[in-house]
Design a protein around this ligand. Structure first.
Ligand code: ZN
Length: 461
């Protein structure tokens, strides 16, 4: 069983970083590959995961009942909450992955977990086979971005259990791209940029702007630096046009985006291709020979019609450690199945993945994604990179304040004008009237890794 599963996984995960036989395959061929891998993956998952056996049983299904993509929606989506309950009852690993202690002792490679300070973290054990698959499938995404042997990359991370950085590190190794491990404070990273002249910067979008600001403070110009590509993960980037423009202009470099999730797409991520960057909006390819991507209605979890917006659900066909079935990643996206200018036939998320349903705010009964506010703020050249959304309760109403900071001191007249223009733009795009508070340059907290921009102090009734 495992051998068959491993063979099905390996074959399309070629070590050639450019694999047109898969990446440019006809839609029919992609579907055939997905069916073939499903037929190997489902019995493997059923046999080795008590969590999934119980889900199959509850749905009155057997693996053989799901043969095609059309059969998939018979199986209910898998949520983080279900996994959390499973791990609480079966500490420390839960039963939602097929890895048992014996496999782990024989072929264990690395553990990733979700952050859990109060609850038991959801943990994922990956094997030596996964290590190989992570490198080959992620290298394909980097190749599509134009990364080549001879490049070198500064990775701004402390290598905490964050799948994005580990998978990109192994992919760089495979491609003969030298890595400068930047697990050090910002000052040392500035020194590394200056001394080692890497061509690629790997960071969260927020941190890439923070690093550029730190560089300017010491009198250096990020636009004149050696960086040719900024590769971002962990937060939306290329899909927010003003953030993308700001990062590209700041670094005088191409911005590329990686999208995945700890549970089911730790590697072999969705990616922006180089040719597609010239299009607006930017689109993000999903690697459909490795995963099955679906979009579902946020309320019913039923599949949406082709071309409609929905929440992302993924089935990971290429993992020994975490082959999740219909896992609800939960980002809103719209897929385009037309061929890309780069020649790839993998579906593309138009405008990227810009709002995780979990991050959505409900203000005075209206839905708001922080990424929309980010898009507005970054569109004002006189505003700095940091901002905050502060929510409080006033009487029975939500008070909604956006705190921004200017990049240089401004006078009262301009502050009034700026407030009015920002307010009008937020009302236009979000249908919500905000209070705008303008802070002095450099006074908002700096982002060192992932930004925390929403401060919700509302009373819960
Ligand atoms: Zn493309």
């Amino acid at each position: 069983m495992l051998e068959r599963f491993a063979r099905a996984m390996r074959e399309p995960a070629t070590k050639r970083h450019w694999a047109p036989q898969f990446e440019c395959a006809s839609r029919e061929r992609i579907r055939d590959i997905q069916h073939e891998k499903l037929a190997a993956m489902l019995p493997y998952l059923y046999e080795h995961s008590a969590f999934y056996r119980a889900k199959f049983k509850a749905a009155k299904l057997k693996p053989a009942d799901i043969k095609t993509l059309a059969d998939l929606p018979k199986f209910p989506v898998t949520t983080k909450d279900e996994m959390a309950r499973d791990v609480a009852a079966n500490r420390p690993w839960g039963t939602y992955t097929p890895i048992d202690d014996k496999t782990w002792r024989r072929r264990g490679w690395i553990i990733f977990s979700t952050s859990g300070t109060t609850a038991t973290p959801r943990s994922f054990r990956y094997t030596a086979l996964d290590a190989e698959l992570w490198a080959t499938t992620s290298a394909r995404a980097l190749y599509a971005m134009g990364v080549r042997a001879g490049d070198s990359a500064l990775t701004c991370t402390n290598y905490n259990p964050h799948v994005f950085f580990w998978s990109i590190h192994h992919a760089f190794n495979l491609m003969n791209v030298a890595v400068v491990p930047g697990g050090v404070p910002t000052e040392r990273r500035l020194q590394m940029l200056d001394l080692y002249r890497p061509t690629i910067l790997v960071a969260t979008p927020s941190y890439s702007l923070h690093l550029a600001g730190a560089m300017r403070e010491v009198g250096a110009d990020p636009a004149a630096n050696s960086i040719k590509k900024v590769i971002c993960g962990g937060e939306p980037a290329s899909g927010i046009a003003s953030t993308r423009r700001r990062i590209e202009e700041t670094w005088n470099a191409e911005l590329h985006d990686i999208y995945g999730c700890t549970e089911a797409v730790p590697a072999g991520w969705a990616f922006t291709c180089r040719e597609g960057l010239k299009r607006d909006p930017v689109a993000t390819h999903v690697q459909e020979d490795l995963q099955i991507w679906e979009l579902v209605d946020p309320d019913t979890f039923e599949p949406v019609s082709p071309g409609e917006r929905g929440l992302t659900v993924v089935t990971n066909l290429n993992s020994e450690g975490s082959p999740q079935l219909r896992f609800l990643v939960g980002d809103f996206a719209t897929f385009d199945y037309g061929k890309c200018v780069c020649g790839r036939t993998f579906a593309r998320a138009h405008g990227g993945f810009n709002g995780r349903a979990d991050d959505m705010l409900n203000i005075r009964g209206l839905k708001l994604f922080p990424s929309v506010v980010e898009g507005i703020v970054r569109g004002f050249d006189t505003l700095g990179n940091e901002f905050q959304i502060v929510l409080e309760t006033e009487g029975v109403m939500d008070a909604f304040t956006i705190v921004v900071e200017t990049s240089a001191p401004i006078d009262d007249t301009y502050a009034r004008e700026l407030r009015a223009r920002l307010e009008a733009e937020v009302i236009r795009q979000c249908e919500l009237r905000p209070r705008i508070q303008i802070a002095a340059p450099g006074t908002l907290p700096r982002t060192e890794f992932k930004a925390r921009r929403v401060i919700d102090r509302r009373r819960t009734l």
